[in-house]
Design a protein around this ligand. Sequence first.
Ligand code: UD1
Length: 429
Amino acid sequence: MDRIHITGGTPLNGVIPISGAKNAALPLMIASLLTGETLELVNVPRLADIASLSRILGNHGVDHMVVGKRPGQTTETGQTVRLTASNVIDTTAPYDLVSTMRASFWVVAPLLARFGEAKVSLPGGCAIGTRPVDLLIMALEKLGAQIEIDGGYVVAKTKNGLRGGEISFPKVTVGGTHVALMGAALAYGTTVIENAAREPEVVDLAECLIKMGARIEGAGTPRIVVEGVSRLHGARHEVLPDRIETGTYAMAVAMTGGDVTLEDTRADLLHSALDVLATTGTEVTSTDKGIRIRRNGAGIAAVDVTTDPFPGFPTDLQAQFMALMTLAKGRSHIRETIFENRFMHVQELARLGAKIRLEGDLAVVEGVERLKGAPVMATDLRASVSLVIAGLAAEGETQINRVYHLDRGFEALEAKLGRCGAEIRRVRT
Ligand code: UD1
């Protein structure tokens, strides 16, 4: 298994291009199942999760074509992918494929909406809490689906197609909102989604569905109204920038010090995180190229943070922010409200010398003067990258084991950081 070795202590200086958002590309690729025509997606990141989903879609019969290199592109710039679901031969998504990634469960919605049936294994993914799919199933039932759980599979059917309905989520769910949107797009009649997720990735999916002929209003607000249409057509859509990758590198610069411009990204995708970062004493400036992050020798101020659905502070940046707070002057309180088991990075950060106490959903971080490199273990996607950030700021060498988690969500991580002066390398074993 690959390892990443980091020799910490060097400030980051330079430019980091931000990739297309993994969490937008996944539902967009799944939306290709809604039409027999070609969906062309631009700026799709090269990630293990994208490859896994391509395999799942391929198993349904979706043709998948990666457009060749064009002038100005490198092996690190996002790829253009053409997906054509004109010949779906299988509406089952088997356990061995779905168990590696939770988002693949979302294929249930377009399969059901277009073909009237789907059999999808209950999902796997990061081990960050129980992460049930009860609300996704509830949404499909509100659209008239009959659903049974049989042998670890969700078996969904509809006799005469899905019908519009009222879906009121008791809790904000990104996946639930994606599923509701895809189901409602091809349902007969009007669907109202209340307490919808407002994440930029939901808006991106809605915009792509609109290009495909869907009638959707209110994406980005808590109330989305969908007028179902009988068929959707092909479209071309560019995946929005990855706000989690943006925030991760911003926190890395805040932690090591330096001056980095994050290119091809937008501050409005992560205002809450950038506001918090500014409060820690980091300079954050929006430029026409992207976002410039600067911190000179001044210390890092301790700031309290609570994770929340968008536009709140993202749970997917909680581990990275905690890494930053381990070097803050004073005590910071970090509360995780979205997932109940998302503190697995705490014991690994402690191996580097961090002082963190857990009290239920609250982490109390006492800033220390310095971290010291050590061997650590990546546990989930975002936790892994928090160890990378901490390693960049720690004295001496940090070895990160089980890096396949990083490859699921961070495109060209070592190359992007290496070009900004980080001493980071992958050791293939
Ligand atoms: C998505 C993101 C993930 C992010 C999360 C929250 C993708 C591929 N993944 O995950 O990176 O951390 O949003 O921003 O986009 N819940 C239920 N029942 C359900 C569904 C969810 O109780 O049926 C709960 C979950 O356990 C969690 C909360 O709702 O506590 C939010 O989960 P949700 O927004 O659905 O997360 P995902 O869409 O899986």
